[in-house]
Design a protein around this ligand. Sequence first.
Ligand SMILES: Cc1cc2nc3c(=O)[nH]c(=O)nc-3n(C[C@H](O)[C@H](O)[C@H](O)COP(=O)(O)OP(=O)(O)OC[C@H]3O[C@@H](n4cnc5c(N)ncnc54)[C@H](O)[C@@H]3O)c2cc1C
Length: 503
Amino acid sequence: MNRDVVISGGGPVGLMLACELRLAGVDVLVVERLPEPDQTIKAGSVNLTTAEAFYRRGLLPAMDAVVQQNFAQIQKFLESRGGNGPKAVPVGHFAGIMVTSGGVDFTDPAFRDVGPAARVVVIQQQAVEAILAERAAELGVEVRRGVELTGFDADDDGVTVRLGDGEVRAGWLVGCDGGRSSVRKLAGFAFPGTDPAITGRQMMAELTGTDVLPAGWQHGPGGLYVHGPTPGRMLTVEFDGPPADRDAPITAQELEDSIRRVSGADIRVIKVHSATRFTDNARQASTYRQGRVLLAGDAAHVHSPFGGQGLNLGIGDAVNLGWKLAATVHGWAPDGLLDTYTTERHPIGEWVLEWTRAQVALMRSDVRTKALRQVVTDLLHTGDGATYLAKKLSGVLHRYPIDGEHDLTGRAAPDFAFADGTRLGERLHDGRALLLDLADRGDLRETASGWAGRVNVLSAKCDSEPALTGVLVRPDGYIAWAREDGSTAGLEAALRGWFGEPA
Ligand SMILES: Cc1cc2nc3c(=O)[nH]c(=O)nc-3n(C[C@H](O)[C@H](O)[C@H](O)COP(=O)(O)OP(=O)(O)OC[C@H]3O[C@@H](n4cnc5c(N)ncnc54)[C@H](O)[C@@H]3O)c2cc1C
């Protein structure tokens, strides 16, 4: 083998996966078709689950710096349009029905022990990618830009990957090559779903005449538009089917015509800085693994961007897959570990597809949909409704189907605050699993000793609610085992089940 793993696609998901694999000591090559990072405007925010994934790897300060700049810009934009500034910090939206933090009950148990990652919200995809590219370089990941995957042959022992500049033999191939994934198509993964019915356009542009347009989500005669949250940013949605030619270059004229149709206002597009078209094509690979070929991110699932979940979904795939694939490469993965990637991640992808379909249904302009939208608006503006939306969007309700008696099993670990002033997130930087010994139990430490090198052990004091005595946190931050009674019952089985036979 020349390489343990080849990743096709150096977008956010490919880079995140590469960082996770390299951190675990895997030899990984990323091939990316584009010679330079893609500057097209896409995601403008991340959710708590994504911010936590970065936090757990020590990347929160880099995100924080961007977020502070963005908040200053947004505040200025909202103030210029009569908004009420910081009190109206948006939590997210459903079909354009905006929910702000003031309405959310953050004392809800689901938000318990949410750590500093909660302050990361508004950050552009380009900034996320830049942080990951820098991290990948620091870790020594080879990213070959301007190189396209053109084909591959997979057998029982590995994959021969054909690239624009030659061939590579690898143990595993992961397609992180976006919604039109070459890997997915060449491998023949089934990709069932629903056809598109809308065309959306998003732009960063120099515009004139926008003084008449209020900020935020607005329904107009021919569809809807979103103005802001920063100057020059606009999004339009029209319910007239998918674009005739989705590969045609996007012109200023096309954007101007679309804004006029949806807003009825005389807007001019003077200069386009960045623009993209999207649809509500919603499809998902029925499995994320076929032998030695895997999919992650948009390659595994596509849907409309409403509610801002696509990037989050892909980052979640990467952190779930990374340590499992690394364990497989290193030869200590228990049977079936790699297949838990599909078992755990597919249902979350399915939920996102449904969530986005529901929003498209609620965005239509007809009178019946308008009436229904008012009902949903009223519900989301109640305390319970706002809290429900915040929990759904943040990812705190995600639970993996992991066997275990404790209620926390399968959930993302709370960001426990330890008596020495550190928090859990700071203890996961090396990408290993962590066994928390919270009641000074020698038998617990002894049980884990066979997994040294795969599972770190931390003896610490912590006022958790409920009062836990031991917690096994997987490298992706999810809980594999927990107890409140000081017992080690079930611990050895959990260690074997996730981290193989003891060394
Ligand atoms: C308008 C819009 C707004 C969005 N807003 C949000 C949001 O607010 N929040 C959110 O979470 N998500 C949002 N998304 C979704 C988000 O942008 C995507 O989910 C995310 O880009 C997926 O990342 P990825 O790495 O899987 O794929 P991509 O970002 O598509 O990266 C794939 C990479 O693979 C490369 N590639 C393709 N084929 C090959 C090949 N054969 N060989 C080598 N390289 C190849 C491509 O050049 C590309 O760089 C939005 C999307 C759009 C379009």
